[in-house]
Structure formats: structure tokens, C-alpha cells
Design a protein around this ligand. Sequence first.
Ligand code: AMP
Length: 182
Amino acid sequence: MILSSTERKIIHNSIRDIQDFPKPGIVFKDITTLLNDAKAYNVLMNHLCQRYKEYNLDYIAGIDARGFIFGAALAQMLGIGFVPIRKKGKLPYTTISEKYSLEYGIDEIEVHLDAFSKIPHAKVLLIDDLIATGGTANAAAKLINQAGAECVEACFIIGLNFLDGQNKLKEITNVYSLIEVN
Ligand code: AMP
């Protein structure tokens, strides 16, 4: 399912650029202005629903925290379950975890060990608002596979093309970004 140029424009125009947040030199892509624009949010979610209803997915996995907003809404529309992939220390049951590099230091994300276990070899779509270096999404895709499921695609509202994140992630799963930023 292809996103029309009109739909892409509506979504793109609803995302706000914040210069120098959270630190100098970063242009932060603020999706709160997409969420509070009913038309843009609706165009986005309808497009995702049309695209992914063909995939016969078993679960949507969303990355902490903005991936929860789009992922949980999409899972409900598709009539499938939602799985949160969270920053370390937030999930209450037994977890598996994966470390990844940040610009300075390392971070860690986790998923519940049994999150996908009700469906053998579950087909999972990973979703987040944005892919930059790809570190977070790479770790998340690996976690899905380690938990016994299959990450069939990773979906982002925004892909930052000037970083190599999408190419790296393509080595382990399909990647779909609605809006490419150069
Ligand atoms: P990365 O692991 O470098 O691909 O970073 C992706 C994560 O950081 C996502 O969860 C994004 O929400 C967030 N992020 C990174 N860069 C930006 C940015 N320029 N604007 C908004 N969010 C960002």
C-alpha cells in the first residue's frame, strides 16, 4: 500500500522541528503536533492499517515511549496484540534484554520473556516514531527474534537518511519509513 503524496504532505506538515533539543545541533522531530492534529493522525493510522492488514501479523511491538502510541493504536485497528519494548527496569515479569550503543555510553531495552509465546513463530511488526542511528531499533528487532518470534518489518514515521541506521537495520529485517529526511 503506497502512501500518496498528498497524504505524505499532511503527515509531514504536522510534525514540528525543534532546533537544538535536547542539546545543541540536534533537530528534534516533535510528533506531539501530529498526534493533536486529528486529520493527520487519522491519515497516518489509516495508511498503516491498510498497509499492514495484508501482512497477517500476530503482534505489534512498540519501542518505549513514542512507539507505544502508534503501535498500540495500530494493534487495536488490526485486531492483534501489542507488546511494549521498554527501557531497562520498567517491566515487572522475567525479561530478556539487549544493550546498544549511544553517542556516549550504552543503553539497554527489555521485553517480557513470554511476550510472544502464545503464538508459535509469531510474525511481529516493530514500530517507533523515528530511526536515527538505528541502535534502538536494532536491539529491539534482535529481542523480538530472541523471544522466539520473527520481526518481519520495522516501521517508522520518520527516517533520518543522513545517518546510516536504516541500512544497518535492513541487514536483519525489512524497513519502512513513511517520511525520509535528508
Ligand atoms: P536511534 O537509536 O539513534 O535510531 O534513536 C532512535 C530513538 O531516539 C527513537 O526512539 C526516537 O524517538 C529518538 N530520537 C533520536 N533522534 C531523534 C530526533 N532527531 N527527533 C526525535 N526523536 C529522536
